[in-house]
Design a protein. Structure first.
Length: 167
């Protein structure tokens, strides 16, 4: 069996492009930790990309390599990449699977991804559940426009601004 990691290519980081669906957010403290890890341990895993250099996984590592002179200098702006030929739904689900295994997601971005997979790409709830390691209730909640409506909660009740996007 051929694995993507069998053919690592060192590619100029300036030629890589972000995707428009990644639900993962890395805060400054974690980004500093990632930088520290790269500087201390070097590149321990490749960035996953498409054949046209769109990042599937590794956006924050690539961003550090582009914007931080110390990380850039590690390999003179080259980053290890594994090229994968996947459809857009496969790329979205792989990004989610990898990031879910790493940490937390922002619910509103996850909701956008789930809606895109189901509404734009015609995937079933069951296939999305399997593809990203979620259960049906979680997917149905992410498909709703309002968590309050889904849970049957009166929206006039006072809630924290954490429940309001953009606050």
């Amino acid at each position: 069996m051929n694995h993507p990691i069998d053919k690592i290519q060192w590619i100029p980081v300036d030629g890589l492009f972000s995707n428009d669906y990644n639900p993962n957010v890395v805060f400054n403290q974690e980004l500093a930790l990632l930088k520290y890890s790269l500087l201390i341990s070097g590149w321990i895993q490749p960035i996953l990309i498409t054949s046209n250099n769109v990042i599937i996984d590794g956006f924050h590592r690539a961003t550090l390599a582009k914007t931080d002179r110390d990380v850039f200098a590690l390999t003179n702006g080259l980053v290890p990449c594994a090229v994968m030929e996947l459809t857009e739904p496969e790329r979205i689900m792989l990004t989610i699977r990898i990031n879910r295994a790493k940490g937390s997601h922002v619910a509103f971005r996850m909701s956008d991804c789930i809606k895109q997979l189901i509404h734009d790409h015609g995937m079933s709830v069951e296939s999305v559940c399997k593809g990203i390691g979620a259960n049906k209730d979680e997917i149905e909640l992410l498909l709703c426009d309002s968590v309050f409506e889904k849970k049957g909660i009166n929206e006039s009740t006072k809630y924290s601004t954490a429940w309001v996007p953009g606050k």
